[in-house]
Design a protein around this ligand. Structure first.
Ligand code: NAP
Length: 688
């Protein structure tokens, strides 16, 4: 079978020399592939002109729903991907990270639709006052780039590698061209076939290259973004590509990293943290046969515990059953191929110049359910580097397989300094139950790490592990790790958006952001705004309320009702040295009374009060002052109708949206005394 590339709406077989893709455990031929003869310039052009415009027209909620639909669709087909994944040498647990971890990224990014606003672009932060009287203000919007996200991925996670990146660029409104590493590209291809067949993505949102990248990068342009996951040497070479420099194309690199795991000084044998540490390290060495960018390559242990740890790890690794991942009981599969095993052995030879093997066999391994000669099997290898300051190979050479090095440290400062010899890593972990130790380590070493995990008994049950990046947290690291930053929830999406400062009058900026800005023109509606349905409300629709005279009795009554008898409200003799000149009304009374002024009581389209987003009390209100509210529709956020389920609460299937209101409470001088944004849930006219 020959794999096909997906280009400009067509499945195309590459011409010329074919790469042979082999089963990692049996050596059997799975498929051949090539990207020869493809017109990469046309491919990028197609993404920019066909996929991009369609994605950019969609709002964030629409893109989020698209990701969710895709995630559900792929979950239904996951068994198929597991079957194929075994061929890469991955066990069921390894494949779970790749397949369901990847689909999980789609779900997690889909959920961002509730936080990115209702438009095809994102409004970043708050307005900035840039003039004395406020007639000239600034703001920031972030619009989708009009280019392509080009993803060049490593071989170890053929699905997760694609989905963790595409989830983000699709959410941002940018199409993707994915180029998985050739050796495991058959798994990526199988999923892309399903994605395309589903019709869930707009045409042009995804194209696939199965084979070498050829001259792809010669055709990237200034609106494109290139991401790379793989070895530092390839990454550095690509980063220097003339075209990337000439066109100022952002290049996000996730490369090799010598991640460390540290046994805290308090985590001595007999503590829960010690046991957790041994378990975590064992898992790190064997999971995915050690082929994880986040793998714990350096194990730092107090010098007096080196022997204990060495024995405990040896025991743990010794119980790992290695073999064909399809065979019963196998916990560690094969490397992705024999070429990868040769790579690992080359790196091991470097490491052995300064370290000795304390567990494992370099040349032989017992396997279950497989012919050891045919598959890319390897024994887990634990090395010991007794002098990690003198022998620095352990901090510089990555063996991308089941290989880690044990090293002693003298005190915690020494451990922090040793982790930094890795010159930048994706992740570091410390096992400790002591907050001071955790602080010293994390605060000391965070500058050199993209993510840090504190492992202890309190989180152990729900711990996702040293090696698992999470969709909502940043993945990437400084220095050797490439300087990249992926995922991280909203942070990831922003990489694909252009941030543009916008300047103008409050009315002008309201029109551009679709968020009401203070001082902008407003429109007093004929009906009370609470009588209007979601679709009938416009940004800037305003109610000017009746007035209320604040009295001392109000203060007394509110204190009695709420129980808040703070001295500034109750005791006129206690105000020396305070900002107050008399008994001041409670801020919460002002806001509550404001609600009494702006709320329209009869049943109508407003379903409920959803909360308060910001609230500031800006000027004291004393009895005798008069308050009045300017109540303005600030922003509208669409919500989807939840499907009816047995356990969904009554009314959950009502079509509605969230309306944010600016509550501007002024006193008799016209000055603002309190300012808040409140949220209401408002029914739609259209209940379909
Ligand atoms: P690699 O050899 O650097 O390849 C990575 C990707 O780059 C592959 O898709 C490869 O395609 C492509 N590539 C190679 N030469 C290229 C060129 N001249 N132009 C354009 N693309 C080119 O790395 P790998 O062996 O697949 O992955 C293992 C390495 O990746 C390890 O060192 C590991 O640490 C690192 N890694 C890092 C992370 C992370 O997030 N930091 C994650 C996973 C892996 P072909 O397959 O077609 O050659």
């Amino acid at each position: 079978m020959q794999l096909k590339n997906y280009i400009a709406g067509q499945w195309v077989a590459g011409t010329g020399k074919q790469a042979e893709l082999l089963d990692a455990s049996t050596g059997e031929l799975i498929a051949t592939t090539s990207s020869g003869g493809l017109d990469f310039a046309a491919m990028l052009h197609y993404a920019r002109t066909v996929g991009g415009p369609k994605l950019r027209k969609m709002t964030f909620p629409e893109r989020g729903r698209m990701l969710k639909a895709l995630a559900l669709y792929l979950m239904e087909r996951k068994d198929k991907y597991y079957t194929i994944s075994y061929k890469t040498g991955a066990t069921k647990a390894d494949s779970w990270v790749d397949i369901e971890g990847g689909i999980g990224n789609l779900f997690a990014n889909a959920s961002l639709r509730r936080t990115l606003g209702n438009m095809p672009f994102y409004v970043d932060g708050e307005a900035i006052k840039t003039s004395k009287t406020g007639t000239f203000i600034g703001h920031h919007i972030m619009v989708p780039k009009e280019g392509v996200a080009v993803h060049i991925n490593a071989f170890n996670f053929p699905i997760w590698g694609m989905l963790e990146k595409c989830a983000v660029n699709w959410m941002a409104g940018v199409p993707a061209v994915v180029k998985p590493a050739t050796v495991t590209s058959y798994l990526t291809e199988a999923m892309v076939k399903d994605i395309i067949a589903s019709g869930i993505l707009p045409e042009g949102a995804l194209q696939l290259i199965v084979g070498s990248a050829g001259d792809l990068l010669d055709h990237v342009m200034h609106q494109d973004v290139v991401t790379f996951t793989g070895s530092a040497s390839t990454g550095r070479m690509l980063k220097r590509h003339d075209r990337l420099i000439d066109e100022s194309v952002p290049f996000n690199m996730e490369a090799d990293s010598l991640n460390a795991i540290v046994l805290g000084p308090d985590a001595v044998p007999g503590t829960e943290e010690y046991d957790l540490f041994i378990k975590e390290v064992g898992r790190e060495i064997t999971l995915k046969c050690g082929q994880r960018c986040t793998g714990a390559r350096r194990i730092l242990v107090p010098q007096n515990l080196i022997e204990d740890v060495q024995i405990a790890l040896g025991k743990r690794l010794g119980s790992t059953v290695i073999g064909d991942p399809r065979a019963e009981g196998v916990r560690m599969g094969a490397l992705a191929g024999k070429a990868q095993r040769e790579e690992v052995k080359r790196a091991l030879a470097e490491l052995l110049k300064a370290s000795q093997v304390v567990y494992g066999d370099l040349d032989s391994v017992n396997v279950t359910g497989a012919d050891v000669q045919k598959g890319a099997f390897m024994s887990p290898i634990l090395l010991l580097n007794p002098d990690p300051w003198k022998n620095q190979q352990s901090h510089n050479v990555e063996a991308f397989g089941p290989v880690s090095t044990l090293m002693p440290y003298t005190d915690l400062d020494d451990a922090v300094a040793l982790t930094k010899l890795g010159k930048g890593s994706l992740v570091a972990t410390i096992a400790t139950y002591d907050d001071k130790t955790a602080q010293q380590f994390v605060w000391g070493a965070a500058s050199h790490h993209g993510r840090m995990l504190v492992l202890n008994r309190d989180m152990a049950k729900e711990n996702t592990g040293h090696g698992s990046p999470l969709a909502t947290l940043v993945h990437g690291g400084p220095g050797r790790a490439g300087g990249g930053e992926e995922m991280g929830g909203k942070r990831g999406v922003l990489h694909y958006l252009q941030r543009t400062a916008i300047q103008g009058s409050p009315t002008g900026i309201t029109a551009l952001t679709q968020q009401y800005q203070q001082g902008a023109r407003y429109h007093i509606t004929e009906q009370h705004p609470f009588r209007l349905h979601f679709e009938e409300l416009n940004i800037g629709d305003t109610l000017i309320t009746e007035k209320h005279l604040v009295t001392l009795q109000n203060v007394e009554d509110f204190a009695a009702l709420s129980g808040d008898r703070f001295y500034a409200h109750m005791d006129a003799n206690s105000l020396d040295g305070t900002p107050f000149t008399g008994r001041v009304a409670h801020g919460y009374f002002i806001l509550s009374r404001a609600a009494g002024l702006f709320v329209d009581p009869p049943k109508g389209p407003v379903l409920l009060n959803y909360g308060i987003e910001e609230c500031r009390f800006l000027k004291p209100v004393y009895p005798g002052s008069t308050i009045q509210v300017k109540f303005t529709c600030r922003e509208k956020l669409d919500q989807e109708k939840r499907p009816k389920t047995a356990d969904s609460p009554k009314g959950a299937d009502v079509a509605r949206g969230i309306v944010k209101w600016l509550v501007d409470v002024v006193d008799e001088t016209g000055e603002t005394v309190a300012l808040a944004t409140i949220l209401t849930m408002v029914k739609k006219l259209d209940q379909k």
